[in-house]
Design a binder for this molecule. Structure first.
Ligand code: FE
Length: 176
């Protein structure tokens, strides 16, 4: 009987440890998962962001909103160049990684540099997703999914209002 009691007690302790471990792992995943901490962050108050951004950009980038699908200005942009953060100008995506998708938002199979975007676990709205933010100003960009094309298989699904476009010099001359 003593042996059974000991085994029961051991199981309870093991289960308790296992639960603690899972919680700890989740907390780690919820934290930033890139090496973006080497970038000097831009921090501004809500009032400062409100005065600098349009109402829609503020809602998407600072309140994690989502623009309506198929309405974004960069959805069908085919020009060569760089997509930068609409709030702070940080380079985020290259036109070379942009591809046509039917999801309704500009999509890229990779970021310009992994350290330029933050990945954050987002369990809002009853879904498990990975949110993408600008690594410098913490502005919300969109989400990343694993249904993209080669070579990465990833889809960075980004709000147009979170991006500004800087045409490549050659492209801006050729297509004017
Ligand atoms: Fe930014």
């Amino acid at each position: 009987m003593k042996k059974i009691s000991f085994l029961f007690l051991f199981s309870v302790v093991l289960f308790a440890c296992s639960g603690t471990s899972q919680k700890s792992s989740f907390q780690t995943q919820s934290a930033l998962t890139t090496s973006a901490d080497t970038i000097a962050p831009i921090k501004k108050s809500d009032d400062e962001w409100k005065s600098e951004l349009s109402a829609e950009t503020y809602w998407v980038m600072r309140e994690r909103g989502t623009e309506r699908p198929f309405t974004g200005k960069w959805l069908t942009n085919k020009k060569d160049g760089q997509y930068v953060c609409a709030a702070c100008g940080y380079p985020l995506f290259s036109s070379e990684a942009k591809y046509d998708t039917e999801c309704g938002w500009p999509s890229f199979y990779e970021s310009l540099d992994k350290s330029h975007v933050k990945e954050i676990v987002d369990n809002s709205h009853g879904m498990h997703r990975i949110e993408i933010r600008c690594a410098r100003c913490d502005g919300h960009l969109g989400h990343i999914f694993n249904d993209g094309p080669r070579p990465t298989g990833m889809r960075y699904c980004i709000n147009s209002v979170s991006l500004d476009f800087v045409p490549a010099k050659k492209d801006s001359m050729d297509k004017k």
